[in-house]
Design a protein around this ligand. Structure first.
Ligand code: 5GP
Length: 203
């Protein structure tokens, strides 16, 4: 299929909705999609590997990345900073490959300002009760942290309207299938292709 630039896909939604799980499952599907690894100042959780799950940075290192314009977007989330390294994303798209960012809502809205042609997908929990269950089930957060994550989650769900697509994460494989369909459809959008077929029409 003809294409010049890759798609910038932003998968966002409240913490605990399962963005990481859905992205992980999408990877298993052997799609052509590349994954952007974020930088963060939060401590690694058990089993997380530097450079695979995140680039783990000190506050000073993160500040340095902001000052040098190395981040496409960044946000403070609960008590830590999270950001998307710019270079990998820009190079991947320029090489004609699709890239997915798994980020929280403030960051997604920043990306929308610089990349309005991106594909913005909001991953939705089936209910707030289910969302709380999932965060508690992770067993990595204290009660206070869970409460603040739930407060942020409600504010985030309010911003659903700013996205192109809403995918309910009722079941991981079903959510993955919906995302794959969205990516296929977006890659066939007339607006992204019409200039590539000009010569054919003019022949
Ligand atoms: P966690 O600490 O659970 O890994 O992530 C907390 C939140 O930060 C999640 O909603 C996650 O999607 C988001 N996040 C991860 N990486 C980035 C990033 O690069 N930028 C932004 N804005 N949010 C991110």
């Amino acid at each position: 299929m003809k294409r010049d630039k890759g798609l910038l896909i932003v998968l966002s939604g409240p913490s605990g909705v399962g963005k990481g799980t859905v992205c992980g499952a999408l990877r298993q599907h052997d799609t052509h999609i590349r994954y952007s690894v974020s930088a963060t100042t939060r401590q690694p959780r058990k089993g997380e590997i530097d450079g695979v799950n995140y680039f783990f940075k000190s506050k000073e290192e993160f500040q340095h990345m902001i000052e040098n314009d190395q981040l496409l977007e960044w946000a403070q989330y609960v008590d830590n900073y999270y950001g998307t390294p710019r270079k990998y994303v820009e190079e991947t798209i320029a090489a004609g490959r699709d890239v997915i960012l798994e980020i929280e809502v403030q960051g997604a809205l920043q990306v929308k300002k610089t990349f309005p042609e991106g594909v913005f997908i909001f991953l939705m929990p089936p209910s707030l009760k289910e969302l709380r269950n999932r965060i508690e089930g992770r067993g990595t957060e204290t009660k206070d942290l869970i409460d603040s994550r739930m407060t942020v989650a409600k504010e985030e769900i309010d911003l659903m309207d700013k996205y192109d697509y809403v995918v309910e994460n009722d079941e991981v494989e079903a959510a993955v299938e919906r995302i794959k369909s969205i990516v296929t459809a977006e890659n066939c959008k007339k607006e992204r292709l019409i200039h590539l077929y000009k010569e054919l029409v003019e022949e």
